[in-house]
Design a protein around this ligand. Structure first.
Ligand SMILES: [Zn+2]
Length: 254
């Protein structure tokens, strides 16, 4: 289980994370979700709007955001389906008004495993936040926004598929980043990857928590490089689900 203190250290290294997954219920509901008050009743239980083509319910989204979210979540579900891995249940995606705070850190999106809920900032806030980071400015903001949804939705699907395994944070992020970058249209993806300098990952030794912590965008690009290399992809996903592939833990790396 990871604590908020560990999450904070990501940011003390001066890094903006694309997202923070929340493991093993380490995060409680954000303050305000259960606040009593004149306006909180309707805000705490906004109506869920189902997506048409995928088992996803969205709350708090403007119509243009909802369309982007549904399409992106569908691409994420298809990322697994291509490897004959099926998503179960319905994905709950909440668009939060204002900042999305995970343990005192402003993030684009998060997945709360304890409530199986994806949370993302709205498009306007995403635009402002992405504008501050060169790599995240590379894709058009709608594409970047969708890719965050794909990332967090992948956490949901992968967690469900691997509930019997206890994998490192880096393992979960490898899959989520692969799904995120895979969800981008080819030309957008090419541009995004071009904006990130990195070595070509020859094996899984790169995918450990410390590398993720120090340079998440670089970790993400390398995860996609590795995942999309010939012979990997479905072999990796299916092997992780079956429990036949294991990523190195930090003490196994020199
Ligand atoms: Zn993540």
């Amino acid at each position: 289980m990871h604590s908020c203190r560990e999450n904070r250290s990501f940011l003390s290294a001066g890094i903006v994370l694309v997202s923070l997954a929340v493991w093993s219920g380490a995060l409680s509901r954000p303050a305000g979700a259960v606040e009593a008050g004149a306006v909180s009743t309707s805000r705490s239980t906004p109506p869920a709007a189902p997506c048409e083509a995928v088992a996803v319910d969205v709350t708090g989204a403007a119509p243009d955001e909802k369309a982007l979210i549904c399409r992106a979540a569908q691409r994420s579900v298809e990322f697994f389906r291509r490897c004959k891995l099926k998503s179960s249940g319905r994905i709950r995606i909440e668009v939060v008004a204002g900042a999305l705070d995970v343990c005192g850190v402003d993030v684009f999106g998060s997945y709360d495993a304890s409530t199986e809920t994806v949370r993302i900032v709205n498009l306007k806030r995403c635009t402002a936040m992405a504008g501050e980071v060169a790599e995240y400015r590379a894709p058009p903001v709608e594409q970047f926004y969708g890719s965050i949804v794909a990332h967090e939705a992948a956490h949901y699907v992968f967690r469900k598929l691997t509930r019997d395994h206890s994998y490192s944070h880096a393992t979960h992020e490898y899959v989520a980043y692969a799904a995120q970058i895979d969800s981008m249209p080819p030309a957008v993806r090419k541009n995004f990857l071009k904006s990130i300098s990195r070595p070509l990952p020859s094996d899984l030794s790169h995918f450990v928590d410390i590398v993720l912590m120090l340079a998440p965008a670089r970790f993400g690009a390398m995860a996609y490089d590795h995942f999309s290399a010939p012979g990997n992809g479905c072999r990796m996903l299916r092997g992780l689900v079956a429990g036949t592939i294991e990523f190195p833990s930090i003490d196994e790396v020199d």
